[in-house]
Design a protein around this ligand. Structure first.
Ligand SMILES: Nc1ncnc2c1ncn2[C@@H]1O[C@H](COP(=O)(O)OP(=O)(O)OP(=O)(O)O)[C@@H](O)[C@H]1O
Ligand SMILES: [Mg+2]
Length: 213
């Protein structure tokens, strides 16, 4: 029998495998609380959403938690995918399948039922799926039937800017701003300011009462 293959270009679903821990700033309590929600509590499949405005650090926080050893060790399978506004369900499911099973192919059979393959691959496993940057609830309606509800403590972690999406999907975790000191620390790290002459000039111009160490 001949199979027609469809080339999948993963433009709407990328994955993260590394985190830059040295660059991560603040959100200590958020990290702890989310780790608790992921690894403790109900055995039922649960959705955890991180909600907040653009650029607040939702993806950074989700990636930090996802890469935490106690989280990674707790689950049998993991996947971290970006949904975004212009997602393709088929590509997304295929990317989750690849990450969850370690499958290497980047071709999908034209008549392949990816949703069913994914459902079977996840069945009976304790899985952690991160859906980064969700924009609408319809995306979740399209995806959720692929995530089996077997009582193994599986978790789906979502990041979104849209409160209604977070509220409809789960008990949301509202992300706040970094403190002033943390924001300064992040800026220093991002622009490589720490310890430089410019760093001293900025501190000097702020004056002793305003300077941040
Ligand atoms: N706590 C943090 N530690 C280190 N870097 C951070 C932190 N918060 C945000 N950043 C940096 O700020 C930028 C934006 O963060 P991020 O992409 O996580 O925001 P977001 O909330 O997911 O935004 P969006 O709604 O656009 O998806 C990134 O470059 C990230 O590295
Ligand atoms: Mg993001």
């Amino acid at each position: 029998m001949q199979f027609y293959m469809e080339k999948i270009e993963l433009t709407t679903s990328r994955c993260y495998f590394s985190s830059n821990d040295e660059e991560f700033v603040g959100f200590k309590e958020d990290v702890e609380q989310i780790i608790q929600k992921l690894t403790k509590g109900t055995k039922e499949r649960k959705v955890i959403s991180i909600v907040g405005m653009a650029g607040l650090g939702k993806t950074t926080l989700a990636r930090k938690v996802y890469n935490n050893h106690s989280v990674a060790d707790h689950f049998d399978v993991h996947a971290f995918c970006i949904v975004s506004q212009t997602y393709s369900i088929r590509k997304l499911l295929f990317e989750i399948l690849k990450q969850a099973t370690g499958e290497k192919r980047d071709m999908i059979k034209e008549d392949e039922d990816v949703a069913d393959t994914l459902r079977k691959a996840l069945y009976g496993k304790r899985y952690l799926i991160v859906l980064d940057d969700m924009w609408n609830y319809e995306a979740w309606e399209d995806l959720q039937s692929c995530f089996p509800c077997v009582e193994r403590g599986s978790r789906i972690m979502v990041t979104t800017r849209i409160q209604e999406v977070a509220i409809k999907m789960s008990d949301p975790h509202f992300l706040g701003f970094l403190t002033e000191d943390e924001s300064w620390e992040l800026l220093q790290k991002k622009v490589g300011l720490r310890g430089t002459i410019l760093d001293k000039i900025v501190k000097h111009s702020l004056g002793p009462q305003d300077s941040v160490t």
